[in-house]
Design a protein around this ligand. Structure first.
Ligand SMILES: NC(=O)c1ccc[n+]([C@@H]2O[C@H](COP(=O)([O-])OP(=O)(O)OC[C@H]3O[C@@H](n4cnc5c(N)ncnc54)[C@H](O)[C@@H]3O)[C@@H](O)[C@H]2O)c1
Length: 375
């Protein structure tokens, strides 16, 4: 297959759809890979790193879209890319269709095959192509939180791990899923006193088993939250109710009960945020103060660490990319139910029900494109 790796052109996006090691696997399997010149630079890969593993460089994004049968990228296409996408071209990337009607209509019109990372789902209901970014954001939430607790950053001025003779900071993690677990591990490793809250008792049991001694688990409910926010210095929001807006666990009226300079990091901002006072920010201006409480609410946290995020993403996507390249999308999806669930739009037809419902569009069941049973 002919595979194209374009440079990401979304503002401040430095990740790239494939590392040189991923490209190597593709060329080894006999595929032709075109990489746009400088596409990997933001993630630490020079053009010659791709050439060494058999890729051919192309000077412009137009050239890449023009030649490729399959496009592998990171972010959803932005407007400048809409007209570059061709009929029947396979596009494998994050789309998040339900949050953009314009993008949905543009991809229907393109008649391309849109396979979305975020809806690839294994039969244990895990989302294997979202997990790596939650891992990155979870770990980063503590790194950022520790930094913003410093006085010059407008935090209260407390060192996460304390020092001998001085107690460490208290870190409250709301949601003990992927983000929460990674956050708790980082905070515990830095010596903080950590509390994880979740509504899932099974999950709390598991975390209690595997976490170090400076991590406690508490059932999430309003009273417990109201009590704990008063003496915690860094609070991480990592809750998720799949397909729904995040519940507002900390309301505006609660801010006055916290210590001035407390730092809130709302990782769930992309689902509307789990603090009432959350609104999305960017890496250019990540924080704002409300009632002397510092909010960090960057919607694409992994974008700040492209060296790590690109490799983490490729580690997860490569097995699927290889299946698609070796077999074509129809056979690959027929053989792999998880991949099949990634199909959102096929040649002008919306095949993902929530996307169709979001915009009142006709829904075409997946089985119309496959001989075997619908998933
Ligand atoms: N800002 C970013 O850059 C970024 C990056 C990656 C992920 N995220 C977001 O982070 C959020 C968490 O992702 P995840 O992968 O950890 O999800 P996950 O499904 O692994 O974990 C979510 C956890 O929240 C718990 N939960 C649900 N409702 C709760 C409540 N009312 N109180 C306490 N706990 C509750 C669930 O039981 C679950 O354990 C998602 O919204 C995800 O989109 C943001």
């Amino acid at each position: 297959m002919i595979i194209g790796i374009p440079k990401e052109i979304k503002n401040n996006e430095n990740r790239v759809g494939m590392t040189p090691s991923g490209v190597f696997e593709l060329t080894k399997n006999g595929h032709q890979v075109y990489v746009q010149s400088t596409a990997g630079l933001g993630s630490g890969y020079a053009d010659h790193d791709y050439q060494k593993v058999g890729a051919e460089l192309l000077p412009t994004i137009e050239d890449v879209y023009q030649k490729a049968e399959m496009i592998v990228k990171v972010k959803e296409p932005i407007e400048a890319e809409y007209q570059l996408i061709k009929k029947d071209q396979l596009v494998f990337t994050y789309f998040h269709f339900a949050s953009s009607e314009i993008l949905t209509h543009a991809m229907i019109q393109s008649e391309a095959v849109c396979l979305a990372y975020e809806t690839v789902q294994t039969n244990d209901r895990k989302l294997p192509l979202l997990i790596p970014m939650s891992e990155v954001a979870g770990r980063m939430s503590i790194q950022e939180g520790a930094k913003y607790l410093e006085k010059p950053m407008e935090g209260m001025g407390i060192l996460l791990g304390g020092v001998p003779g001085v107690p460490p900071a208290n870190v409250l993690v709301l949601g003990g899923g992927v983000v929460g677990t990674e956050a708790a591990k980082m905070a515990a490793g830095m010596g903080a006193n950590v509390t994880i809250m979740d509504i899932n008792l099974e999950r709390l049991r598991y975390l209690d088993d595997v976490m170090p001694a400076n991590v406690n688990t508490i059932m999430a409910n309003e009273l417990n939250i109201r009590e704990h926010i008063q003496n915690h210095h860094l609070i991480i929001g990592g809750v998720l109710i799949p397909g729904a807006k995040a519940p507002k666990l900390i309301t505006k009226d609660m801010l006055s009960s916290m210590q001035k300079g407390t730092v809130l990091v709302d990782v769930a901002v992309d689902q509307g945020g789990c603090f009432e006072t959350t609104h999305p920010t960017t890496h250019a201006q990540p924080t704002y103060l409300i009632d002397d409480i510092l909010h960090y609410t960057v919607a694409n946290m992994p974008g700040a660490v492209p060296y790590t995020s690109t490799i983490a993403l490729t580690n997860a996507t490569l097995p699927y990319v290889l299946q698609l390249a070796n077999n074509g999308w129809q056979k690959a999806c027929d053989e792999n139910e998880a991949l099949k669930l990634g199909l959102n739009i096929i040649q002008g037809h919306v095949v993902n029900q929530p996307v169709a419902e979001a915009f009142g569009l006709p829904f075409v069941p997946l089985n119309e494109f496959f001989e075997t049973e619908e998933v």
